[in-house]
Design a protein around this ligand. Structure first.
Ligand code: FBP
Length: 262
């Protein structure tokens, strides 16, 4: 972690990262609730909303579409990723280099580490290479810290999520993205273990407005620095409306009731 290294993708130390790597990670099924979102142009348009501090995409989407949005969107290059067609022990292919991401215009890189997987050692070594190259290019570093594999059945227990945020700190992430551990107390514990590095909550599968904003409010009250979210925004009929509410909760400290009203 380097203080300020993530400043391009934060606002007042907070982030709202719009994740859009689902076409690789989950496949086209994630676009079914809102079919217009199969078109990357639609999601980059959503990413121009004031609330969004960065859009996270894979290489092909960045190369093909980011040039049209570089004045209005901050790019987070998600460097590794694997399709849902892969049935082996959790692992993630490194799909582009930091040098290439910097040429395309990225301000930060994103990298998944599956702690606990049989592939943890190689994934951490790949993260090391990417993290050091990111430092050379002055790019922020965001770790998707998702423990899974082998005997790790429930990857969202409080102790596992606290270990996840600690991995991010220890390995040099500026921001670590974790699943919500189920309670504000557990999130506060995870935030404490990240020390001065930042923690953002992963959005998860789509829930209703009230439930989603309440979980985000709880995470923020527990000390999280924001959210990295995909389906809970782009699967809605009106993604911009939930972004208005998220902006109120994350950046303006609004209550859920007030955020539902904006
Ligand atoms: P969501 O907000 O839709 O959960 O997206 C966050 C994210 O980390 C994406 O970047 C990624 O595609 C997906 O979740 C991976 O989800 P999982 O591996 O848990 O199925």
């Amino acid at each position: 972690m380097i203080p300020g290294a993530d400043s391009a993708i934060t606002r007042n130390e907070k982030s709202l990262i719009l994740a859009y790597d689902h076409g690789l990670e989950h496949g086209p099924v994630d676009f079914e609730p809102n079919p217009t979102t199969a078109d990357p142009d639609r999601v980059f348009e959503i990413g121009t909303h004031d609330a969004v501090t960065a859009v996270a995409v894979q290489k092909g989407i960045a190369e093909g579409y980011y040039p049209s949005y570089e004045d209005d969107v901050t790019l987070l290059a998600k460097l590794n990723g694997t399709s849902n067609l892969w049935m082996g022990e959790p692992n993630s292919a490194v799909n582009w280099t930091v040098e290439n991401a910097a040429e395309v215009g990225a301000d930060a890189i994103g990298f998944t580490v599956y702690g606990g997987s049989n592939h943890e050692i190689e994934m951490v070594e790949e993260f090391r290479d990417a993290q050091e190259a990111a430092r050379d290019h002055d790019l922020g570093v965001v770790m998707w810290s998702y423990p899974r594999g082998q005997g790790l059945k429930n990857a969202t227990t409080p102790s596992t999520i606290a270990y996840s945020t600690r991995l991010g700190l220890e390995l040099g992430a500026d921001i670590t993205k974790v699943k919500y551990p189920g309670s504000p107390e557990a999130m506060a514990h995870a935030v404490t273990q990240a020390a001065d590095s930042k923690v953002v909550m992963s959005g998860g599968s789509k829930t209703d407005d009230q439930d989603f904003l309440t979980t985000v409010r709880n995470a923020m009250d527990a000390g999280a620095n924001g959210l990295a979210v995909g389906r809970n925004v782009f699967q809605r009929d009106n993604p911009e409306q939930i972004l208005d509410g998220l902006e109120a909760v994350i950046f303006e400290d609004a209550s859920v009731a007030d955020a539902l009203d904006v």
